[in-house]
Design a protein around this ligand. Sequence first.
Ligand code: FMN
Length: 139
Amino acid sequence: MLQQLVYCSKAVHLMDSSELLQLLANARQFNHSVGITGMLLYKDQSFIQMLEGDEQQVESLYARIQQDSRHYRVKTLYQQPAQQRAFSNWSMGFQNLHLPPAENFEGYSAFMSPEYDVDALLTAPQKALKLLLYFRSYS
Ligand SMILES: Cc1cc2nc3c(=O)[nH]c(=O)nc-3n(C[C@H](O)[C@H](O)[C@H](O)COP(=O)(O)O)c2cc1C
């Protein structure tokens, strides 16, 4: 059964591009081997990630991700069976959100604001989904 899972977390420190690229290279290689797709967003020290794939594969990867010492406060926002993948072309899409977008997009602006706190997403997980999907065409 196809499963989609979205979580948010905080990096233990600001991650530079080489750390992020290393993380992604490993993630893409593994995800490709087990048919996991998705999207990872990073801004300052906040992550939002969607994992999608076979339920057991998603759960076992998520269990490992939760143990990863590079981040903490890992909180599940969304976990549902799905009919189809949202990121079928991406073994892990990625956006490092340094710059504001050309377009003004509500969820995105919130994520960009200095007061932004991922905990706000816990009460409105659909915002996380909207944000992830917004970047589908940009990766
Ligand atoms: C924010 C974040 C996202 C991650 N995403 C993935 C991913 O999509 N796929 C993956 O294989 N590892 C991902 N990792 C790395 C895993 O947490 C873990 O290091 C990797 O699966 C190797 O696991 P192991 O150290 O238990 O062998 C991610 C780590 C972090 C901090």
